[in-house]
Design a protein around this ligand. Sequence first.
Ligand code: S3P
Length: 178
Amino acid sequence: MSEMRPIQNLALIGFMGTGKSAVGRLVAQLLHFTYLDTDQVIESRAHKTIREIFEQEGEPVFRNWEQLIVGELTQRTETVISTGGGLPIHQPNMDSLKKHSLVVCLWATAETIYERVCAHDHRPLLQDTDPSSRIRELLAVREPFYRQADVLINTERRSIREVAVQVIHQFHMAQAAQ
Ligand code: S3P
């Protein structure tokens, strides 16, 4: 980690389909932390699904929601935060998460991501005639942001539990270094 800062929480970032929600829920359970999923918070506040927000109001409105929720997270302690895949691409969101959380990025290749997400249709950004190319494009644009995470964890050929154990190990190491 580049600088000393209070690590109260754990924030999981990464592309769609890298397992942020599944890993985050397990990590929260194992650490006895609260689990918070930014997409879920937005859906319950907006009384709409993410897909409906994109369709009816457009992506910028969704991104505003993300910024609002990120701003509220600064008061949190002992929380595992699972973020939407595009949330850290707005630099102030990333900077804000780093003020209170160890930021862990879950990584997978575009091919693996495609295999994991192709059966699901709730992700508006992948409603494309060629989702595989769309994933590669988006991943290339986003990679420099994801690489700003404190820790990058490869999820290829690893179970949810294996990834969760690694996340927790990194969290304990970061806390011990404080
Ligand atoms: C998005 C990822 C989604 C959700 C929205 C936009 C993105 O979350 O926030 O569909 O921009 O990558 P997941 O990463 O949990 O699928």
